[in-house]
Write a protein that binds this ligand. Structure first.
Ligand code: PLP
Length: 386
């Protein structure tokens, strides 16, 4: 998108969210998994992009399902007007499941205790449940004897008309490493679990295993439905899969602000806390009013870059809570000039992945952490005029 010339006035920084790019990314993912239903994953406020707006856009694009972690997130979608199929897969102790079940939200059970919580929720409607299998991630879900116990309990409850087993699912630990043998091992463990469930007479309509990486690289695990998160936001699931452009994806978020202060300093000027950056020569410093209090990574101190007036410029010194200093060199700049921290890259600005690499983390964290004072703005219908 081409952002307006004048940067934000409502807050110190804004996250422009390009919903056209989002829908285009879902289309790319649909093409990668044409026979599966598509679940757009909008947990954690749609990875920082705003769950209600993104969810509406996902439905526009034809996503049959939405996926979230908590039932509270699912209820936020309902309050935002969504009425379609939604799965909330996390089952924290003490969660009040009834309002979500009564709002037609599917829930997950990854242990007998979680199944008991569903059965005892007090919901008026019959719960729709997805059984969660641990095929090798060792996070949630059942394996071994616990798997048999959960499956039997679910069968009994379904026979008694107390719930409907809609799905069986699992999650891959190494999908962003397509050559890892763990993927095949998990794929086989999942097939075994589905077989065991069928042997008990339970054949749910939805078997699902794939995240973004597996949607893009491993058709054998697409099954009935794929759960796509990070790639839908135009980020690569991992360096081994290539850049967003390699994958045909467009980054959805542009994080931008404006220079709050510009000044010339002599060589030898120590910058920000601890003076971890010292100017080597006379240079121009620019201040931007955004920091780790807004979700910027402090670990990006002295390593990440931003984009100002067509130039890539370095973060100078530590990222502070509310402010960051940029070394603009001799780039002409004035207070009020636009600064892009990351974006789609079509003007040469860094990608979220560049920030991730600079800070030793993953792109997921770069976008998902943003919050606080950052104002989100939606720019649909404004693809870049290149
Ligand atoms: C977050 C999540 C996804 C989406 O993963 P991406 O790598 O972002 O595509 C899918 N399934 C489950 C269970 C998840 O927790």
């Amino acid at each position: 998108m081409t952002p307006p010339a004048t940067p934000p006035s409502a807050g110190p920084a804004e996250a422009l969210v390009d919903l056209d790019a989002y829908r285009a990314n879902l289309a790319v993912l649909r093409e990668a998994a044409p026979t599966a239903l598509q679940m757009a994953v909008v947990k954690a406020d749609a990875y920082g992009h705003g769950s209600v707006e993104v969810a509406a856009s996902a439905r526009d694009a034809g996503a049959e399902w939405l996926g979230v972690a908590t039932v509270e997130e699912a209820r936020t979608l309902r309050r935002g007007g969504d009425t379609g199929p939604v799965l909330a897969w996390l089952s924290p102790a003490g969660a009040d499941l009834a309002p979500a079940i009564d709002a037609d939200v599917d829930v997950a059970a990854g242990s007998v205790a979680q199944l008991d919580a569903v059965l005892g929720s007090g919901a008026a409607k019959r719960p729709r449940v997805h059984l969660k299998v641990d095929t090798g991630m060792a996070r949630g879900g059942v394996r071994g004897a616990e798997l048999t116990a959960l499956f039997e309990a679910a069968r009994d409850a379904q026979r008694a008309g107390r719930l409907e087993v809609v799905g069986v699912f699992s999650h891959l630990a190494c999908a962003d490493e397509p050559a890892s043998p763990v993927n095949a091992a998990q794929e086989h463990a999942f097939a075994d679990a589905v077989t065991e469930l069928a042997a008990l007479g339970v054949e749910p309509e939805l078997r699902h295993l794939a995240n973004s990486a597996a949607t893009l690289t491993r058709p054998s695990v697409h099954h009935d439905l794929v759960r796509v998160g990070i790639a839908s936001y135009g980020l690569s699931p991992g360096p081994l899969l290539g850049t967003p452009a390699d994958l045909g994806l467009t980054p959805v978020m542009t994080l931008r602000t404006a220079l709050a202060l510009v000044r010339r300093v002599p060589p030898g000027t120590g910058v920000s806390y601890g003076h971890t950056y010292v100017t080597k020569r006379e240079t121009t410093l620019g201040l931007i009013p955004v920091g780790y209090g807004d979700g910027l990574l402090r670990a990006a101190s002295n390593t990440a870059s931003a984009w100002v007036n067509g130039q890539t410029v370095a973060i100078a010194g530590r990222v502070c809570m509310d402010q960051v200093v940029l070394d603009l060199g001799d780039t002409p700049a004035r207070r009020g000039d636009e600064v892009v921290l990351f974006g789609p890259g079509d003007r040469g600005e860094p990608l979220a992945e560049d920030w991730a690499q600079a800070a030793g983390t993953i792109g997921y964290e770069v976008v998902t952490r943003l919050g606080g004072r950052i104002v989100r703005r939606y720019a649909a219908g404004s693809r870049p005029a290149q």
